[in-house]
Structure formats: structure tokens, C-alpha cells
Design a protein around this ligand. Structure first.
Ligand code: F6R
Length: 255
């Protein structure tokens, strides 16, 4: 796992966007896994400025979607992805996939989503944020470490965190469809981004804590190609922060 700590949130977004833009230009990223929420916003903002025309021909798969919100609801991830990612980045809407939280047959919709990811050749780079509980996607604590795309119940803490996007916490759906931890682990590369003090504990648990389903992001310790980009606040509870800074400054060309 490569842990990179930048001086501010803008540099975090810029570095991550550079990585994606370069991968897309080189043809190494043909399928991008996208996250919603606040964390990846600086990546998308920086990517817009880079104007990478090849983005128009990649496929993208979102991590998750609320169950029970119509696509037309401004906070459904269908709407959020269209507004914050597909449109600004110039992705081809027909190649952008979001789990179908409005499906009549949720079990089938989840199986179809897994099939669509596989049919696209798998995810080349998955962008992840992290919840204060250590969730990735909406895999809440105690999620099976081998889980696949499925319906999950959101914790009260996650619903309270996401209430900022709704008029009240009561409007935040109770269920979601999320890629499973097993699904996420099949991405060829993973890029986890976190900013702010509120993420510091989860980040420390994910990177330096034991591998446990109580912190689902700790499973990333088992993935061979993970890059974590942090601002100083999100890195503030890492015991080996100075080491990670030195590793990055002195990185051998082979890395
Ligand atoms: C979003 C997602 C979640 C968020 C996490 C952090 O698609 O899968 O895991 O990344 O809840 O959310 P923010 O970035 O809003 O703090």
C-alpha cells in the first residue's frame, strides 16, 4: 500500500487526477470505478481542468446507489453521477453504469451489475472514499469480506452523515445497493482518497489497524495495488506518517 500525504486537499485531488488522466491517456484505464460524496470531488474538479479527450471512450461503474429513490431525485446516485461526473468529465452516458436501486427485482439487478462489470473486462482503477465507520462503498462494519454487489442496510451513523444532502435525516434512504468488498477487491488498482479530521480514525484503522470486518477498509491491506492519498488532517492519527512521507520523497524509480 502506498500512502501519500499532501499539504492540502487541492494537492490531493490534483495528484489523484493526474494518476487517472495519465492512465486513461496511456490506455491503461479503460474502466473506471467511481465514488460519489465529498471526498472524490477534488479529483473530478481537477480532471475537468485537464481536459482528457480519451475520457469520452472509457466505461465507468459507480460503487453504490440508494434503494427506493427515483432516478429523478437530485440525490439519487444516478442523478449525482450524471451531474458531478458524467457531464463535467465528458463521459459517454451510455457507458456509465450505476446500480439500479429502483429495480423491482433487486437481487437480479445486483447480479446484472456484477455481470456488466465482468463483461466490461473488470475495473482498471477504482476510486474510493471512506466513511467515518471505515466503510468503503456502502459496506458497513461487519460486511462479509467476500461480499458481492447486494442490498445493504445503512447504519444510523451513515444516514446521519449523508443527511447533509437531504432536507432531513428522515429522508435519507435506509437501504442501498453496493458493490461488495469482494467485488471492490477485484479492481486492478485502487485509489482511496480522504480529507479532514473526521476521517483520521477510520484511515488509521484501515491502514495500520488489524484486518477486520469492523473496519471494512482494512481489507485493502490484502490488495496488491492500493494508493491512499490524504491531507494532513486525515493522516493525523497515522503512527507511521513520517515514514510514509519519507517513502514518497525517496521513492525508487522502480516504484
Ligand atoms: C460513495 C461511497 C461512500 C463514500 C463515503 C464517504 O459512493 O461509496 O463509501 O465514499 O461514505 O463519503 P464522503 O466522501 O461524502 O465523506
Amino acid at each position: 500500500m502506498q500512502v501519500i500525504i499532501f499539504d492540502n486537499a487541492d494537492d490531493v485531488g490534483e495528484y489523484a487526477a493526474d494518476m487517472i488522466s495519465r492512465g486513461v491517456e496511456l490506455g491503461e484505464i479503460k474502466v473506471l470505478g467511481i465514488a460519489t460524496g465529498s471526498s472524490p470531488q477534488p479529483i473530478y474538479n481537477s480532471l475537468v481542468k485537464k481536459r482528457t479527450p480519451q475520457l469520452g471512450s472509457i466505461s465507468a461503474f459507480a460503487l453504490d446507489e440508494y434503494v427506493g429513490l427515483p432516478y429523478s431525485h437530485p440525490e439519487s446516485y444516478h442523478a449525482v453521477v450524471q451531474r458531478e461526473v458524467t457531464g463535467p468529465l465528458g463521459l459517454d452516458p451510455s457507458r456509465v453504469h450505476v446500480p439500479d436501486g429502483a429495480a423491482q427485482d433487486i437481487v437480479r439487478a445486483c447480479a446484472d451489475y456484477e455481470r456488466d462489470i465482468a463483461a466490461a473486462g473488470g475495473i482498471d482503477l477504482q476510486i474510493l472514499g471512506i466513511g467515518a465507520s471505515g466503510h468503503i462503498g456502502f459496506n458497513e462494519p461487519t460486511s462479509s469480506l467476500a461480499s458481492r454487489t447486494r442490498i445493504k442496510t445503512l447504519t444510523d451513523a451513515t444516514r446521519a452523515d449523508n443527511a447533509r444532502f437531504f432536507d432531513s435525516v428522515d429522508e435519507v434512504p435506509r437501504h442501498c445497493i453496493t458493490q461488495g468488498l469482494g467485488t471492490i477487491m477485484e479492481a486492478k488498482n485502487i485509489l482511496l482518497i480522504a480529507q479532514g479530521k473526521g476521517k483520521a480514525h477510520a484511515i488509521a484503522q484501515a491502514i495500520e489497524g488489524p484486518l477486520t470486518s469492523m473496519c471494512p477498509a482494512s481489507l485493502l491491506q490484502m490488495h496488491p495495488r492500493v494508493t491512499v492519498v490524504l491531507d494532513p488532517e486525515a493522516a493525523s492519527e497515522l503512527r507511521l506518517a513520517d515514514y510514509y512521507r519519507r517513502v514518497f520523497e525517496d521513492r525508487p524509480t522502480e516504484q
